[in-house]
Write a protein that binds this ligand. Structure first.
Ligand code: NDP
Ligand code: 8X3
Length: 272
């Protein structure tokens, strides 16, 4: 652990561990798996999301499976004043956030541009781009002040390649890719690392959300292939976080072996 981080942990009065990680979108999927893995690897975790009961459940699970300390914060990343207020009102011992995992996000709908639902577009833009910015704007000044920090943005293969009917979701993830590069340029002089992970298909609640609860449509996305699991991405996050101080992983694209690109995957059909 870097001396700087040791100091941060000492002044924050939290039990000495690897630092404090705030994970947005920890109630499900990649965020949830990441919170559990980081807690098991001696990070204290701040878990966030809109579903209070799932935060409570995860908090209990973390406490039962690790010696990490946990703080649950229930808020909507789209609510600019709520984000600012939540960060401003952090209990003293949780204020020195070392790691920010910008994970909260979603795809809503799957339609060609001429038929797209504008409310869906706004939800994706407000969550995936503006929400990520609100959180980053609230937390990065503390990192700058302490001259330490690591921000990991969860982009997507949809931020590297545009696919059929992906339009606005892809647009938001291309924005995450650009913002990651911009943040890294702005924060390098403050010794803050900025990384991004761009996964292909991961079997989470993502497709159920995209298809608005239609489980049959959601299941079809992963039919006949082995997708990534949330733990695969959590492990990559831990790998990125545990590189030595002089190494930063700028960008990581992680795909299921069966998915060569956003649009090309191989599927095995049941011959029976
Ligand atoms: P899940 O739907 O399982 O998890 C999404 C998380 O985001 C939930 O915890 C949800 O919490 C949170 N979230 C969504 N909207 C908001 C909001 N307005 N305010 C606060 N939290 C919010 O999906 P994944 O785990 O797959 O998604 C995580 C990230 O990974 C997303 O950014 C997604 O775009 C990206 N990704 C996913 C891929 C996949 O195939 N699954 C592939 C590539 C990238 P709650 O509902 O409680 O608010
Ligand atoms: C999620 C992966 O390919 O459905 O970001 O866009 S994909």
């Amino acid at each position: 652990m870097a001396i700087k981080s040791l100091f941060t942990t000492f002044v924050s009065n939290l039990t000495y561990m690897n630092g404090i990680a705030l994970i947005t979108g920890a109630t499900s999927g990649i965020g949830r798996a990441t919170a559990l893995l980081l807690a098991r690897n001696e990070y204290n975790v701040i878990i966030t999301g809109r579903r209070d009961e799932l935060l409570d459940k995860l908090e209990m699970e973390i406490l039962s499976k690790s010696s990490a300390e946990v703080l649950s914060l229930c808020f909507d990343v789209r609510d600019r004043s709520a984000v600012a207020e939540v960060v401003k009102s952090l209990p003293k011992k949780w204020q020195a956030i070392d790691i920010l995992i910008n994970n909260a996000g979603l795809a809503a709908g799957f339609a060609p541009i001429q038929e797209g639902n504008i409310d869906d577009w706004e939800q994706m833009i407000d969550t995936n781009i503006k929400g990520l910015l609100y959180i980053t704007r609230a937390i990065s000044p503390g990192m700058v002040e302490r001259k330490t920090g690591h921000i990991i943005n969860i982009g997507s293969i949809a931020g590297k390649e545009v696919y059929d009917k992906g339009n606005v979701y892809c647009g938001t993830k291309f924005a995450v890719d650009a913002l990651t590069k911009g943040m890294r340029i702005d924060l390098v002089e403050h010794e803050i690392k900025v990384s991004a992970i761009h996964p292909g298909m991961v079997d989470t609640e993502f497709s159920i959300v995209r298809f608005k609860g239609d489980k049959e449509k959601a299941d079809k996305v992963y039919d006949g292939l082995t997708p990534l699991y949330d733990t695969d991405i959590a492990e990559a996050i831990l790998f990125i976080l545990t590189r030595p101080p002089h190494v930063n992983i700028n960008d990581m694209v992680i795909m299921p072996t069966a998915q060569a690109s956003a649009a090309k995957s191989i599927r095995h059909t049941d011959s029976k």
